[in-house]
Design a protein around this ligand. Structure first.
Ligand code: CMP
Length: 134
């Protein structure tokens, strides 16, 4: 069964909405296979977001992602990557559909509440970066 990686970002943790986000995921039938709370180091953020190195928003993104605890979750479902991307909504919360996690909990494009892998191949890579040999 397909898996993806979801990160609950520091702004959601600060708002006490970890449970609200997890409820949405579970209510949509997603299985939680692994979960951990961690603080991203600059090194880990650099590895995770390597594809964005050099972009104008990169430093802002790394600053934010290392600003407090995050929750990393491995989710499982049929067609999991596309299904979770639909549930979280557009990267830009101003474009996110009603009822999506980003529409509900994002504060800005950088503080957009959650991250989810954008392809099955990237899901495997990102799960490996966060959960290693677990
Ligand atoms: P995320 O899914 O974590 O992947 C990369 C992140 O970069 C994205 O969500 C946004 O939080 C952040 N970001 C900031 N500015 C932009 C932008 N202009 N385009 C895409 N992502 C951006």
């Amino acid at each position: 069964m397909e898996q993806t990686l979801l990160l609950i970002k520091p702004n959601v943790v600060r708002k006490n909405k970890i449970g609200a986000v997890i409820s949405i995921l579970e209510d949509r039938g997603l299985l939680i296979k692994k979960m951990r709370m961690l603080i991203m180091t600059k090194e880990l953020a650099g590895k995770f977001y390597a594809v964005h190195t050099g972009k104008d928003f990169y430093n802002r993104l790394v600053e934010f992602m290392t600003s407090g605890p995050i929750v990393a979750i491995v989710l499982e479902h049929d067609n999991c990557v596309a299904y979770v991307r639909e549930i979280i909504g557009n990267t830009n919360p101003e474009k996110a559909a009603e009822g999506t996690i980003r529409k509900l909990y994002a504060d800005s494009l950088t503080e957009n509440a959650v991250h989810a892998s954008d392809s099955p191949d990237n899901a495997k890579i990102e799960i490996g970066i966060i959960f290693g040999e677990d």
